[in-house]
Design a protein around this ligand. Structure first.
Ligand code: SAM
Length: 225
């Protein structure tokens, strides 16, 4: 039996207050290949306005070319304080703004960005369907959407281990047993490409296409779950 401990925005902020102190050391280099692949798949073009959701300590900011404009949002001010320090210390003209904001309820108008990317965030937020709904809303029609995440493993033993970790999600800051099929189906994410990344190909970059017509049909009258 699996016990699902609800992860709330408040418990997340608390978890990331702790995690921010060692985040770069533990989750920096090891997750860099995934970040690099994800950002490459944005196929940045000069003038693109890009939203990075859950930008954290800003580890990926240097990966964007200086010809684009990047807005980073995060729920945790503690994580953002490291990102802010980074843009003071490094020359990163591509960063337009770093803003504290809930990705599940963004204050940007519709169609504000050419491309929207979320790296290692989808299994962290309390409501991943609402996250994607918001990513689609603020992204222009036919814009690029990218989600980089770990999804529930296909191997039975690994899956069992992920299930055992699930009750601790409140403390570790993410849901270890996050099923890909369910995520795609609930969020109506139109996948163009799936790229396995990082150690043992344990994480996946999902490259998607923002089909507003399909999303409108899908989300009409549907409660997020
Ligand atoms: C695992 S970290 C990933 C950080 C960064 N994307 C990276 O590649 O290292 C997850 C980030 O998502 C942020 N986050 C969690 N829930 C969020 C929400 N509802 N809105 C915005 N950011 C959120 C956390 O504060 C944290 O910085």
């Amino acid at each position: 039996m699996q016990v699902h401990v609800p992860v709330t925005t408040e418990s997340l902020k608390k978890a990331y207050r702790r995690i921010s102190k060692f985040y770069d050391l533990v989750f920096g280099k090891i997750f860099h290949p995934g970040r690099e692949t994800a950002v490459q798949h944005l196929h940045c073009r000069p003038g693109d306005r890009i939203l990075e959701v859950g930008v954290g300590t800003g580890l990926s900011l240097e990966m964007y070319p200086s010809s684009v404009s990047v807005v980073g949002i995060d729920i945790s001010n503690d994580m953002l304080s490291y990102a802010r320090r980074r843009i003071k210390e490094e020359t990163l003209p591509q960063v337009e703004a770093l803003i504290q904001m809930d990705a599940q309820n963004m204050s940007f108008p519709d169609n504000s960005f050419d491309k929207v990317i979320a790296m290692y965030v989808a299994s962290v937020v309390p409501d991943p369907t609402q996250l994607v709904r918001e990513m689609k809303r603020v992204c222009k029609p036919e814009g690029t959407l990218i989600v980089l995440n770990h999804f529930q493993n296909e191997h039975r033993l690994v899956r069992r281990f992920e299930g055992l970790l699930q009750p601790f999600s409140k403390y570790i800051g993410f849901h270890p047993d996050f099923p890909l099929d369910q995520f795609l189906q609930r969020s109506a994410f139109q996948v163009i490409t799936k790229v396995p990344v990082n150690l043992l190909d344990y994480w996946t970059v999902l490259v998607g296409f923002n089909d507003k017509k399909i999303s409108a049909k899908h989300f009409t009258g549907q409660k997020s779950s």
